[in-house]
Design a protein around this ligand. Structure first.
Ligand code: ZN
Ligand code: ZN
Length: 181
């Protein structure tokens, strides 16, 4: 059974020869619940870790569902999302000698920390956001919200006058109707 997991202690893998692998089935929830894009389901999939000369290459594919707001009416819309991972993580500590290794100025999300913990949460979070479209409609013909009163026009028209009708003209034409020209 898969379990919610984004961190692994890779000390043992780092002691093994180049080419050694591990594979894991996992579930991952990486977006906060109050974020603009939320997860409807955890990401689910498999990752493979491969010992390289520099560290650990992580490859994997995960699928899940996200919830975003409709760009017009702000109703929640659930979308499928798929992410592919291929990142090499580097240790900050030599696992055999226990000394700190020189680390170039690189992405902190790709460092294996001094406790030999490899964490894929940040990389997954960025990948999900990258795969989530910026503009989403709940349906192609979503009517959106009234710009004046904010009513959801998918539920029917509001009582506002059409935007191109000026109430002063409406009064004037009402007056004119009483005048015989
Ligand atoms: Zn909508
Ligand atoms: Zn309105």
């Amino acid at each position: 059974m898969s379990q919610e997991r984004t961190q692994w202690n890779v000390a043992q893998l780092l002691k093994e020869p180049i080419g050694a692998t591990r594979s894991f089935e996992l579930l991952a929830t990486v977006l906060p619940e109050d974020a603009e894009v939320r997860q409807a389901t955890p990401l689910a999939g498999q990752i493979v870790m491969l010992r390289t000369s520099q560290g650990v290459l992580v490859e994997g594919a995960l699928d899940g569902q996200v919830i975003v707001e409709c760009s017009r009416c702000l109703r929640p819309v659930t979308l499928p999302v798929s992410v592919a991972l291929e990142e090499e993580y580097r240790p900050v500590v030599d696992v055999v000698r226990g000394v700190y290794l020189p680390v170039d100025e690189e992405d902190e999300a790709l460092l294996i920390d001094e406790h030999h913990i490899l964490d894929i949460a940040e990389v997954l979070r960025q990948a999900v956001l990258l795969e989530t479209p910026m503009r989403v409609l709940c349906r192609p013909d979503c009517a959106g919200l009234c710009q004046s009163c904010g009513k959801d026009l998918n539920d029917g028209p509001c009582d506002c006058l059409p935007a191109d009708s000026d109430p002063r003209w409406a009064q004037l034409s009402a007056l004119l109707e009483d005048v015989d020209i």
